[in-house]
Design a protein around this ligand. Sequence first.
Ligand code: SF4
Length: 370
Amino acid sequence: MSTVNPLASRWTDAERRALRRRLLAWYTKNRRDLAWRRTRDPYRIWVAEVMLQQTQVPTALPYYVRFLKRFPTVGALARATDQAVLKVWQGLGYYRRALNLHEAARLVVRDHGGRVPDDPQALARLPGVGRYTCGAVLSIAFGRRLAALDANAVRVIARWLAVREATDAGATRAGLWRAAETLVPDKTPGDWNQAVMELGSRVCSPRQPNCRSCPVRGLCLAFARNLQEKIPARRARRPIPHIQVGAGIVWRRGRILLCKRRADAMLGGLWEFPGGKIRPGESAEECIRRELREECDLAVTVGRHLLDVTHAYSHLRVTLRCYHCRSARGRAKALGCDATRWVRPERIADYPLPGADVRILEAITRAARK
Ligand code: SF4
């Protein structure tokens, strides 16, 4: 079987050298002074790379600063509770990233003496460390010659090579990785990876890339063929479902019931106002009564409507229809969740909550002030 990568072979060696030279020169002049670029500490770089997956730089920055203030070393993170980690991560979304990072920190302490491994195989064995994170951390922190392809880099390289196939298809993505590997220089591989991503973020944007000010325009096949707006192609996406959920603000003696979501569920480990998906033909009130019975073995009286909250996730839109409820007696059992707790309203903010539940809590607080 041929080992030649048809994508990588679209470049000559001279073109690769020119591409590196021009892009690195541009990066040296134009790189943003970001907190994680002022360190070679692999832990700090790792935290940044995890946060930057699915999250824009301006959103991630304050979280990064707060997270490292609270957990300045891999040991400090390893010693923390899941709940403390989730609380600091609250609002950043994709909470599995935080739980994986936390578990990985424990393994680094247990198996690597508290030092982030500089070996790709050892690092890739840690939870949540995929090919991108592994390449980014090792190239930036340890100068290992590895590629790191995030969404920005995929777009940039697909345009450089005029790749018309869908870049989220497995074979095309594998070809892009191999092509990317041929570009990484021996010296400053971390700068190179960051330069490609920086170009994608600031010049080679998804729509209307700023080709006029692009330092590598002369080597870009998409520009030469006027294909930049057509690349990257993606496979057709299914429409995002929108589900309706009934959520109960269940009161008893001045406290409100919170349920901890199952560890293996979406938003696992976070606390929420209990409820669930409204079934066809069911009202929100009926749904809340049924869910409380099934999830907590609790009988509730549903009262007045508080608000509706719509929240968008990457693959799902959810509208939570929230009602005040009362529960007179009975233990709230954790049947459909990991734990239940009756909490004074002013203490609910101490718990890690999903974004939609933060908005419900704000409405409860506003209503209490009236
Ligand atoms: Fe992107 Fe345009 Fe530069 Fe090509 S020339 S890399 S399409 S910004």
